[in-house]
Design a protein. Structure first.
Length: 544
């Protein structure tokens, strides 16, 4: 039986001025009907470019197809006309994009976005299209499907938006589904649900699946065969079992070894508290009626007490909406709250901004998305200098330039790159810039809000190692917020597990990882460490 999809010696470049940058170099792969094939590699390896080339979604120029062919059975997709491609895009081939919030139209309801595909490929309209849309949402496990049709993307959670994207991709029962990093920014429990859903739908519909990811744990769960891509080239291929057991290429071995590890920095028992909260609350009012009276509250943070000592890392884990980020913002007095907040033994809850300002340089935050948190209009030097100017550090421009160079060197970046802009750096480099922006002010306490969630595993490992080094050198205290329990385990010596604004389990991280007491904690750990049975004893039940 001939393959469903065949890519032969595909070469793609991007034209930038007079320069031509090669993104894909003579890549070849094939997918059989009903098969799951994984294409893995780090960011910039050429995975997504290859996937977009299958459907000819790369804009030309600047994209240039230099060589090769892409065939869907007997159709050459690279030379096909738009008339031939139209029924294939979204018809015979469906695609799930990496970021559903960016891929879904914020101005259109979920119903319109699903039925658009049904109208284009099947001519379905009106009640028939609506019934099919409801059936698709039910198929992907979205609760209360009929009501969700009238919602807009921003009214759904990340996992729900991803299910809508899957529904759109499957609307016309494609022969091939391309899933480009379908679970990258999702919570571990939602990741597990989405992966199970994709596997179930593939078996139910008999379709082939091309899974594009940098997460090898996902590959082991779903794929039969795998291609490893590095710098635009396929450097290794084989069955999943063979490749994981006997990787041949050094790059593959490096990917397999790139799991966050090592021991957290242990604070000495006598280390003084830097931050302590008592019964901290952040309640958002729910208003209704013509007079907008308060009829209830969303209890984002509901009575949390914690202590972070000097050189100490407290990890905060939980699903999206559990209150993790709100807790971090409240501790920094960036969100209005009730309860006691001590910083260095001093109550800061009631301080006005004028008196709080001198303490701001000692309390910093590193956000989840460095590309979103770094101004695209400022160079790296200007971004780092902004904090120095705000806190009146550095006597003159020359002194500040020296401080900027030292901060960049400390996070592993070449100071000569300081005049470049954020878009000229990789994701890992941008996160190092965000860390340097915080560290240049010599803080005592740093909130790390999902600082590695969107990074490759190898880059995650580098960032975790960097954070450990900085913590040891400066005796830093971290509040580390994440849904990735593998990363949390590598950095935290104490753990808070949050659900619906409350702490349901708290204590030494290693003790909780080895012997979780609460059913919800066990659920999170089982989802995160499904491949590592020794971390969660199988005899532990999933109920209280």
């Amino acid at each position: 039986m001939p393959p469903l999809l065949t890519i032969e010696r595909l070469a793609i470049a991007f034209q930038s001025g007079t320069q031509r940058v090669r993104a894909v170099r003579h890549a070849s792969l094939q997918i059989d009907k009903g098969e799951t094939v994984a294409l893995v590699g780090e960011s910039g390896s050429g995975k997504s470019v290859t996937a977009l080339a299958i459907l000819r979604l790369l804009t030309s120029p600047p994209a240039i197809y230099l060589n090769g062919s892409v065939r869907l059975e007997d159709v050459d997709l690279l030379s096909a006309s738009e008339r031939v491609l139209k029924p294939i895009r979204g018809g015979r081939i469906g695609m799930i994009f990496q970021e559903p919030m960016s891929s879904l139209n914020p101005l259109h309801t979920i119903e319109k976005q699903i039925t658009e595909s049904l109208w284009l490929h099947q001519g379905l309209r009106g009640p028939a299209a609506r019934r099919r849309a409801v059936a698709l949402l039910e198929m992907v496990g979205l609760p209360d499907a009929a009501r969700r049709l009238d919602a807009y993307p921003h009214q759904l959670s990340g996992g729900q938006r991803q299910r809508v994207m899957i529904a759109i991709a499957l609307a016309n029962e494609p022969q091939l589904l391309i899933a480009d990093e379908p679970t990258t920014a999702l919570d571990v429990t939602i990741q597990a649900q989405i992966l199970r859903l994709l596997g179930d739908l593939q078996r139910q519909l008999g379709m082939a699946l091309l899974l594009i990811t940098h997460d090898l744990a996902i590959v082991r769960k779903l794929a039969q065969r795998v291609y490893v891509m590095c710098d635009g080239e396929i450097v290794e291929e084989g069955t999943v079992a063979h490749l994981f057991a006997r990787p041949r290429h050094p790059y593959t071995r490096r990917l397999l070894a790139a799991e966050p590890g090592g021991e957290p920095v242990r604070a000495p028992p006598e280390a003084p508290p830097v931050v302590a909260t008592q019964n901290l609350k952040v309640w958002f009012p729910i208003r209704a009626g013509i007079l907008r009276r308060t009829v209830g509250h969303v209890k984002a943070v509901d009575g949390i007490s914690l202590t972070v000592r000097e050189g100490h890392t407290v990890g905060v884990v939980g699903e999206s909406g559990s209150g993790k980020t709100t807790l971090g913002l409240a501790v920094l007095r960036l969100e209005t709250s009730e309860g006691s907040i001590l910083f260095g033994g001093r109550e800061i809850q009631g301080l006005r901004n004028r008196r709080l300002r001198p303490l701001r340089r000692q309390m910093q935050i590193v956000f989840q998305d460095p590309f979103g948190s770094l101004s695209p209009r400022l160079s790296v030097a200007q971004i780092l200098e902004e904090g120095l100017r705000a806190h009146r550090l550095g006597a003159d421009a020359r002194t500040r330039a020296v401080m900027i160079a030292e901060a960049l060197q400390e996070v592993g970046l070449d100071p000569r790159l300081r005049h470049r802009y954020p878009h000229e750096f990789s994701g890992g480099q941008r996160q190092r810039i965000a860390i340097a922006r915080a560290m240049i002010l010599k803080p005592r306490f740093v909130v790390l809000d999902e600082p590695t969630s969107a990074l490759d595993r190898s880059v995650q490992t580098q960032i975790i190692d960097l954070l450990r080094v900085l913590q040891t050198h400066h005796k830093l205290s971290y509040l580390f917020i994440s849904h990735d329990l593998k990363v949390v385990r590598a950095l935290s010596d104490e753990l808070l597990v949050m659900r619906e604004g409350r702490v349901i389990e708290q204590g030494l991280a290693e003790k909780i990882f080895r012997n979780p007491r609460h059913a919800y904690t066990r659920l999170l750990l089982n989802a995160a460490f499904e491949l590592d049975a020794d971390l969660v004893p199988p005899t532990q039940a999933m109920t209280e």
